[in-house]
Design a protein around this ligand. Sequence first.
Ligand code: OSB
Ligand code: MG
Length: 368
Amino acid sequence: MIIQQITLHHLNMNMKTPFVTSFGSVQEKPFLLVEVMDKEGNIGWGETTAFQAPWYNEETFQTNLHIIKDFLIPLVLNKQINHPDEVSAIFSPIRKNNMAKAGIEGAIWDLYAKRNHLTLSEALGGSVKKIEVGVSIGLQKSTEQLLNVVRRYIHEGYKRIKVKIKPGQDVNLIAALREAFPNIPLMADANSAYTLKDISLLKELDQYNLLMIEQPLDYDDIVDHAKLQNEIQTPICLDESILSLEDVKKAVELGSAKVINIKIGRVGGLTEAKKIHDYCMEKNIPVWCGGMLEAGIGRAHNIALTTLPNFTLPGDTSSSSRYWDEDIISPEVIAKDGYITAPTGYGIGYEPNMETIKKFTIDRWIFK
Ligand code: OSB
Ligand code: MG
């Protein structure tokens, strides 16, 4: 295929409620959508996942835009690409900037699947028809409020509850949740809020039968996580520290994690995500698909990836309505009783809603 035109759409969308983590709060979210078109007029869509500010990782909306416009588009526009697996090699002269790369690569995967009359799931080699999903819950104003929010999502059927923790809002929160909900599949995400000095506090969490603790230590650490995993029972899951298959191999070799959270943006695209999935499957390490407060196109990509067989733990991809009053795809993503049914249409399987996209659009750039 030859990509003849690339359109970048800059959208701004307001979340229903701010999402609060140990590193900050997100209320308004900028989106950079990537629309690629081949010579025959087929179209593929991608969504970049960086936030407005570099809290979660070093990328931002603006760096994604800069890297895509000035470096990545020239590498793929009007070039022959036979398979989306080639894209990561084409992008390899550009260091990191994984979320920028994943935005374009995802659009090329969607285009490839559509051209070949495949669902994105099929193009990736997935076969699961209904994926199990959980929900990620930000820090709340009070424990009371947290219990209410968790109760609501359990009632909606989500298969796993993940709550954010930070120093001062950790053991107390988990203890209260366990008392109220003794048997729910529960986990905590610290987003790097702790250090090895907190070992005794993190050990206290062992008594609450958590599925795992996500990224307790530094965002780029794998060494201290191995030391911590040696001291605690709760399985450690790495999120921020994993940018590539190489990172996973090192973490597994060191014993830094027993579970891996795969985010398509963080690892630079679906091809790398699939490689990580395959390696973990071989090593008997369960994986799940993380979320980045995506709008519909990002959600669609997550759903397709999650249909691969080693996504044995419920991920963070919830209903569109969890965050958005109105999503940018039709139909919206719906989790029913904790399951999302993979769409059957070609490519991402959801139709971008151009009217809604236009409504949220602030700027647009066309390259040909
Ligand atoms: O650490 O997984 C994370 C949201 C923003 C930044 C980082 C994270 C999260 C989430 C929310 O946990 C996942 C989602 O619902 O999209
Ligand atoms: Mg996380």
